[in-house]
Design a protein around this ligand. Structure first.
Ligand code: SF4
Ligand code: SF4
Ligand code: FES
Length: 237
């Protein structure tokens, strides 16, 4: 099948972005990571036959495990190594995540996500207790820090007080694993930087490429940090 793929380009150090369209013939049911590799062949040209620079994008595992290849494909944030071209229409767009500064083409600077975890002290400084709900802790631990949930969140803005679901998920895990004394400060940060900023729209619910059950995370973290923080009881779904 033949595709027209329009990519939002941005030269490093430039303040100008522009769209460039490429013709692409699919060789099967390849994912967008493979498509980008093939577009980036030597002597590449755009759909008008004009020479084009290789499209810069990030990847590491190509196994849906690292989150590096997160981008916006036809308006939907997802992983390039996960999204199949057969799920895209004949003409579609590829753009960088919009909530972070663009470095070059599809590469964005997501360091603010990690800075947020650091500033909220989202780590264990002592021994973890065994949680009553190991499955929820396990599920929270698969967060890729890809930022797809932040892309669709109407309340998140990089550098703002609301830290978004990419912080709420690891906080849920820690809140479940810490005892009341250990978790007191984290529970306060959770209330201030997650609970009070989250509009509970659940726009982030179906977007997570790691398949994390966002409802379950919020139910558990709200239960521990907000409603029953002194009892440390967990609501299970
Ligand atoms: S529930 Fe809504 S406001 Fe809260 S993190 Fe998800 S998208 Fe953002
Ligand atoms: S919760 Fe899901 S969408 Fe959000 S950063 Fe983690 S893996 Fe990505
Ligand atoms: S390259 Fe690691 S998730 Fe796509």
């Amino acid at each position: 099948m033949d595709y027209e793929i329009t990519i939002l380009r941005h030269k490093k150090g430039s303040d100008r972005s522009y769209y460039q369209t490429f013709a692409y013939t699919s060789e099967g049911n390849e994912n967008i990571a493979a498509v980008l590799d093939r577009i980036n062949r030597p002597s590449m040209t755009d759909i008008g036959g004009e020479p084009a620079e290789p499209v810069r994008w990030e990847c590491s595992c190509l196994q849906k495990k690292c989150g590096a290849c997160a981008m916006v494909i036809n308006g939907i944030p997802c992983l390039a190594c996960d999204r199949k071209i057969s799920d895209c229409p004949a003409k579609f767009t590829i753009e960088p995540l919009r909530k972070f500064p663009v470095v070059e083409d599809l590469i964005v600077d997501r360091s603010s996500m990690m800075d947020e975890l650091r500033s909220l002290n989202v780590w264990l400084s002592g021994e973890a207790r065994s949680s009553d709900d190991n499955m929820t802790c396990y599920e929270a631990s698969v967060c890729l820090q890809c930022g797809c949930c932040l892309e669709v969140c109407p309340n998140f803005c990089a550098g703002g007080e609301f830290a978004g679901m990419s912080a709420a998920v690891p906080m849920t895990r820690l809140l479940l694993e810490m005892d009341n004394k250990q978790g007191k400060e984290l529970a306060s940060s959770y209330v201030r930087n997650i609970f009070e900023g989250c509009g509970k729209s659940l726009a982030c619910r179906d977007i997570c490429p790691a398949g994390i059950d966002i409802d379950k995370m919020l139910i558990n973290s709200n239960a521990v940090a907000v409603w029953r923080r002194n009892k440390h009881k967990v609501v299970k779904k």
